[in-house]
Design a binder for this molecule. Structure first.
Ligand SMILES: [Zn+2]
Length: 180
């Protein structure tokens, strides 16, 4: 669930004037979409398969294709920015998964290379698959580590950048060279 933190932070930084609500909402869906691959377990797809969990849908190519396809289909305003936003929303999912301490890594470079990757540091507790496991002591530990490693640094960064922007506008206004 914490994957949504990335598009939310991006939307806060870029603002409604640059990204429309439908694009932001799509970004949030995109950030969580790669885990739809768990459906494969029901159909006998192995975790380690190309289309297994953390496989193809977690790759950079899949994210780029999904972003391009959506932009071509919907043709949003500022389509380059919207496309980048959607790409980062989905690509960040696989990258964040490489920071987790369990399961198999993410197949970032599928289909060129099906190796599952982990980052050099894996501070985030891996989220259990399935709701029942999530509502448990382990689930609370996972939430804790996601708050520490994802939500807190993003909130601080966004607040700092927005604060600096605000301060800069004020400063420019006071000096009579406001651009807005
Ligand atoms: Zn995932």
């Amino acid at each position: 669930m914490s994957h949504a933190a990335i598009p939310i932070a991006g939307a806060l930084l870029l603002g409604r004037s640059r990204l429309s609500l439908p694009v932001i909402a799509t970004g949030i869906v995109f950030s969580m979409f790669p885990d739809a691959d768990v459906i494969g377990f029901r159909f006998g797809v192995d975790y380690a398969d190309g289309w297994g969990h953390r496989g193809a849908t977690h790759s950079l190519l899949f994210a780029a294709a999904a972003a391009l396809f959506t932009v071509a289909l919907v043709r949003p305003q500022r389509y380059v920015l919207a496309g980048l936003f959607l790409f980062i929303s989905m690509a960040s999912h696989g990258l964040l998964d490489t920071l987790t301490n369990g399961g198999l890594g993410a197949a970032l470079f599928w289909p060129l290379d099906e190796t599952r990757h982990f980052a050099p540091l894996t501070p985030i507790a891996v989220s259990p698959i399935g709701i029942a496991d999530f509502i448990s002591a382990r689930g609370i530990k996972v939430l804790q580590s996601e708050v520490i490693w994802i939500w807190t640094p993003l909130t601080i960064s966004v607040a700092m950048i927005l604060g600096l922007k605000h301060w800069r506008v004020k400063w420019l206004q006071r000096n009579g060279t406001a651009q807005q």
